[in-house]
Design a protein around this ligand. Structure first.
Ligand SMILES: C[S@@+](CC[C@H](N)C(=O)[O-])C[C@H]1O[C@@H](n2cnc3c(N)ncnc32)[C@H](O)[C@@H]1O
Length: 314
């Protein structure tokens, strides 16, 4: 019985505690069944919030992203679990931020429209200022960063061009739901062999992969925009380099799946459409059924169609 219970929680789909734009949690029920079975090494090449990486069964998983704030946070979660949680509570106390899981919502006299933002605003700005002044990227730095994310607008993570965290206070705090999410995520990271890496995808060493490896690529989308696409963005050249990286994987007998959109809001990704067409004998385009109208970075216009696809080589 015990074994069965453990097995069930091993496979429960869990959500990232980072509310990551472009996160694939909602798409998991559609994409996971399309992934290969018996994966030895799984690579989440553009892991973002790691919604995919932590939900794929494999012997070993590599979470890769050029944004090292993400992967360092994950490694803090994995290596310092409970201690990290206590550190967050300590920061909440030090800055006097709201703590609804302890005192309830009534205590803060907030209304449902503005949430906790009016109460937390000044305290949040003080924490943000201290964080932005910090020069050593130690354990405390990442605890401060995660606390900022918890109390920031939409739980997002965003830095300006000077590298300063620049989001305003949000409506919520480290409530029970968020705590639960973080605890499950930490337990998942502790449960098996996760490795963290910060390579640009072009630098990712594929020589250590083999025919039982599987690479999932969820890059910034060329024809939609997101926070991580603001500075510098994702260019045609990036798109072309990624497609030739995927060709390399194929030529080395390594399975891959690419998430993307072919068309969105009257735009189309010609580079991707042509690549898929030219390789129709090797790669398969699977249309997913996903309504992005609830998502952060897509239009609310119900008439605009977003063609979300998964392109696979197996
Ligand atoms: C669409 S998001 C991934 C979302 C993720 N699948 C999830 O469910 O949370 C794309 C990610 O690609 C990362 N990225 C952008 N350029 C990159 C590059 N050249 N190499 C590796 N990662 C990159 C961004 O930092 C961002 O986190």
């Amino acid at each position: 019985m015990q074994m069965l219970l453990e097995k069930a929680s091993d496979t429960e789909l869990i959500q990232s505690p980072l509310n990551y734009t472009g996160g694939k949690f909602k798409l998991l029920p559609q994409i996971l069944p399309l992934f290969p079975q018996n994966i030895d090494i799984f690579v989440d090449l553009f892991c973002g919030g790691a919604n995919v990486g932590v939900n794929v069964q494999s012997n070993r998983t590599i979470l890769n992203d050029t944004n090292d704030n993400l992967t360092y946070l994950f490694s803090m979660f994995k290596n310092f679990g409970d201690e990290f949680l206590s550190m967050i509570e300590e920061i909440i106390d030090t800055y006097g931020l709201s703590n609804t899981s302890k005192y309830g919502y009534e205590y803060y006299k907030c209304d449902s429209n503005t949430g906790l933002a009016p109460y937390n605003k000044d305290k949040f700005l003080k924490l943000r200022e201290d964080f932005n002044k910090k020069t050593s990227l130690d354990y405390y730095y990442y605890a401060m960063l995660y606390t900022l994310i918890l109390y920031s607008f939409n739980n997002q993570i965003r830095f300006n061009s000077q590298g300063k965290f620049n989001l305003p206070a949000g409506k919520r705090d480290f409530n029970e739901k968020m705590k639960e999410k973080l605890k499950k995520f930490i337990a998942r990271l502790e449960s098996k062999d996760y490795e963290f890496s910060n390579k640009d995808f072009r630098e990712f060493d594929i020589s250590k992969l083999n025919s039982n490896s599987f690479v999932y690529a969820d890059p910034p989308y060329l024809i939609t925009c997101a926070t991580y696409n603001e500075q510098g963005g994702w260019s045609n050249k990036d798109e072309e380099d990624l497609l030739s990286f995927l060709d390399d994987l194929h030529n080395n007998n390594i399975k891959f799946a690419l998430s993307n959109v072919l068309r969105s809001k009257n735009k189309e990704n010609k580079i991707l459409i042509n690549w898929a067409r030219n390789n129709a004998d090797k790669y398969r385009v699977i249309n997913l059924n996903y309504n992005y109208s609830n998502s952060n970075y897509q239009t609310k216009n119900k008439n605009s169609v977003t063609e979300e696809v998964l392109i696979i080589n197996y």
